[in-house]
Design a binder for this molecule. Structure first.
Ligand code: ADP
Ligand code: MG
Length: 418
C-alpha cells in the first residue's frame, strides 16, 4: 500500500514542481500562465494515478488519488481546464473499465462541473480557508461516491470508520499538501514580483534626477533664444534660424522624456519582436545623463546588420539598464563603457564592457543571487532580475571579469524567427 500511495503522491507533485522550474520571475498565476502545459501535465498525472492505484487497507479496496489533480486543476485552472481534465479522466476510466466505472465517472463529472463555481470565492480566500476548502471538497466528493454508489447502484457500504473515514483522511491530507505547495509557490512569485518592482523604482528615482538635470540644458537654451528675440529685432532669416534651433532643443527634450517614460512605464508581459540595436540605443540614450553625471562615456558599436530578437521589451530594457548601470557604477573615477552588438548566423551577441573595479571569481559566481551586493546602498536585486529576464528570453550570460581591470558581460540571444 505504501509504495502505491507514494507513487500516486509523486504523480500529483511532479507537475507542480515542474511548473516551478518552468515559471520565470514575473508570473502571477499558478496554472493560468502556462495553461496548455499545465493541463497536459495534470492530465498525465490523473492518468498515472488511475493506472497505478493502490490497495487501501484491505484487499477489497483499490484506491487512487486522481481526484486530487482533478479538484486542484478545476480550482486553479477554471471551467475550461476542468472540462478537459474531466474528459481525460472519464476516457481513462472507461478504458480501464471494470466495476464502479459509472459511479467513478459520475463523481468526476460532479467535481468537474461543480468545483469551478467555487473558484472565484476560492481565489479570494486566505491560505487557511483555502486549505479547509480543498479538504472539505475532497471529503464531500468521497461522501458522494459512497452514497451515490449505495443509492444508485446498490453498492454496500462496508466499514464506514475503518475504510471510508481513512480514505477521506488519506485523500484529504494529500489535497491539503498539494494546495499548500501551490500556495507556497504563488507566494514566492508574488514576492519576486514585488522585489522586481522595488528594484525598478529604485532606478527610476535615480534616473528622474539625472533626466530633470539634463532637461535644464535645452530649456535654458530655448529661454535664451526667446529672450534674444524679445530684445533685438532680427531679420526674418535670422529668426527662422532661431526657430529651428529652438525646435531642435524641444525635440531633444521630448525624446529624452519619451525614453524615460518607456522605461518607467510598468507594463509587463508582452512578447514581441524587437530590434536589438534600437532597444540598446534607447537604453544608452536614457542612461546618457546618468553616465555623464559620473564622468562615464557610453559608446556603442552596433555593426551593419539590424537583428531582431523576441522578448518583453520592458523587461529587456530593464535588464540592459541594470547591466549598464552596474558598469557605470563600477567606474568611480569615470571612464568608457562600450556596448557591442554582433550578429552571427543564428545568434546575436550584446557585449557590455567596462574598465571598472572588476570582480573575483567567487563574486562572478554569486552574480544573480538575490541580495548579493558589494555596494553600500546596493540592493543586490538588479542582477537577479537581469538573469531571470535573460533566461526567460532563452538567452545566455557569460561574464568575464578581472579584479581591478574591468568586466565584460556577454549576452547571447537566439535571433528572431530562427
Ligand atoms: P547592486 O548594484 O544593487 O549592488 P546588482 O545585483 O546590480 O546589485 O549587482 C550585484 C553586485 O555585483 C554588485 O554589488 C557588484 O559588486 C557586482 N557587479 C555587478 N556588475 C559589476 C560590474 N560591471 N563590475 C564590477 N562589479 C559588478
Ligand atoms: Mg545594480
Amino acid at each position: 500500500m505504501m509504495t502505491g500511495m507514494i507513487n500516486n503522491i509523486f504523480f500529483i507533485i511532479f507537475p507542480i514542481v515542474l511548473y516551478q522550474m518552468l515559471a520565470g520571475a514575473g508570473k502571477r498565476n499558478f496554472f493560468v500562465d502556462y495553461r496548455i502545459t499545465m493541463t497536459i501535465l495534470f492530465s498525465i498525472s490523473i492518468i498515472l494515478c488511475m493506472l497505478f492505484p493502490y490497495q487501501f487497507l484491505t484487499d477489497e479496496y483499490i484506491f487512487d488519488l486522481r481526484q486530487v489533480p482533478l479538484i486542484v486543476g478545476a480550482l486553479y485552472g477554471g471551467p475550461v481546464i476542468s472540462a478537459v481534465l474531466f474528459v481525460v479522466s472519464a476516457v481513462g476510466r472507461i478504458w480501464i473499465g471494470g466495476d464502479g466505472m459509472y459511479i467513478a465517472i459520475l463523481n468526476q463529472f460532479v467535481i468537474a462541473a461543480g468545483v469551478p463555481f467555487i473558484r472565484p470565492a476560492y481565489m479570494r480566500m486566505e491560505r487557511t480557508m483555502k486549505v479547509i476548502t480543498v479538504f472539505v471538497i475532497s471529503i464531500l466528493s468521497l461522501l458522494f461516491n459512497m452514497f451515490a454508489g449505495y443509492l444508485l447502484f446498490g453498492d454496500p457500504i462496508h466499514d464506514i470508520i475503518g475504510i471510508w473515514l481513512m480514505l477521506m483522511l488519506n485523500q484529504g491530507m494529500m489535497i491539503v499538501l498539494t494546495a499548500l505547495l501551490i500556495e507556497h509557490i504563488v507566494r514566492q512569485e508574488l514576492l519576486l514580483n514585488t522585489l522586481m518592482k522595488h528594484e525598478k523604482l529604485e532606478s527610476v528615482s535615480h534616473f528622474a534626477a539625472a533626466v530633470s538635470h539634463e532637461l535644464r540644458n535645452p530649456i535654458q537654451s530655448i529661454k535664451g533664444f526667446i529672450q534674444l528675440m524679445q530684445v533685438y529685432d532680427y531679420n526674418r532669416e535670422k529668426q527662422l534660424e532661431f526657430h529651428d534651433t529652438i525646435l531642435n532643443e524641444i525635440n531633444a527634450a521630448e525624446s529624452l522624456i519619451d525614453d524615460y517614460l518607456i522605461y518607467a512605464k510598468p507594463v509587463y508581459g508582452e512578447l514581441e519582436r524587437m530590434s536589438v540595436s534600437d532597444e540598446v540605443c534607447g537604453v544608452l540614450k536614457l542612461l546618457g545623463p546618468y553616465a555623464n553625471s559620473r564622468d562615464v562615456e557610453l559608446l556603442c558599436h552596433k555593426g551593419e546588420e539590424n537583428v531582431s530578437i523576441r522578448g518583453d521589451r520592458q523587461k529587456f530594457r530593464q535588464a540592459m539598464v541594470n547591466i549598464i548601470r552596474n558598469g557605470v557604477e563600477a567606474m568611480p573615477e569615470g571612464g568608457e563603457l562600450v556596448v557591442r552588438i554582433k550578429a552571427q548566423p543564428a545568434k546575436v551577441t550584446v557585449e557590455v564592457a567596462d574598465t571598472g573595479v572588476g570582480m573575483t571569481k567567487e563574486e562572478v559566481e554569486r552574480l544573480g543571487e538575490p541580495y548579493f551586493s558589494n555596494k553600500i546602498k546596493g540592493t543586490g536585486l538588479g542582477m537577479m532580475v537581469t538573469y531571470s529576464v535573460i533566461h526567460q528570453m532563452k538567452g545566455a550570460i557569460i561574464v568575464n571579469s578581472e579584479k581591478g581591470s574591468g568586466t565584460v558581460f556577454k549576452l547571447v540571444f537566439p535571433k528572431y524567427g530562427l
